[in-house]
Design a binder for this molecule. Structure first.
Ligand code: SF4
Length: 162
């Protein structure tokens, strides 16, 4: 399991509804203007087991967002947690600096995608920053409906509001 920098229950900015955001440490993308550069260090944070994280999530019952850092840097390690969350009916969003096209070619990441509902993909690009965008920082990033997109063409997540 990767180290956890923070777990924030009840956030409204990392996907629809109130969610529990889990911040995993470690990111190799090093985007200029990153909102959370302290998360780049793979050694930062605290080791937590799947059971410990599940206990935290179940306390509030909110759906879950994986963020960081780049959770996809730990795709294989996150598989047991993602499986457990899905088995208990949670919806999972995941922020990543990789694009969907890159992820489906990376075996560990491709495996994790089977348990993710939506990814917000791609690096943060400062020149494309737009504060009006919903759930993302720059306009190159996409809100991708993963189960639908794994069938072939990329399908954007859409709840009819944006
Ligand atoms: S992918 Fe995310 S966490 Fe990593 S450097 Fe870019 S904005 Fe920061």
């Amino acid at each position: 399991m990767p180290k956890v920098l923070d777990i924030i229950p009840g956030t409204a900015v990392d996907g629809p509804g109130l969610r529990t955001s889990i911040y995993f440490s470690g990111c190799t993308h090093h985007c200029d203007g990153c909102h959370n550069p302290q998360s780049w260090d793979f050694e930062a944070g605290t080791l937590m087991t799947t059971e410990q994280i599940m206990e935290f999530v179940e306390e509030n019952g909110f759906n879950v967002t994986f963020t960081g850092g780049d959770p996809m840097a730990h795709a294989i390690d996150l598989l047991p947690l993602a499986k457990e969350l899905k088995a208990r009916g949670y919806n999972i969003w995941c922020y990543t600096g990789y694009t969907f096209e890159q992820l489906i070619k990376m075996p560990g990441c491709r495996g994790l995608l089977d348990f993710i509902d939506v990814i917000v993909d791609g690096p943060f690009i400062k020149s494309q920053r737009d504060i009006n965008l919903r759930f993302r920082g720059s306009s190159n990033q996409r809100l991708i409906n993963v189960p639908e997109s794994l069938k072939g063409e990329i399908v954007w997540w859409n709840d009819g509001i944006a």
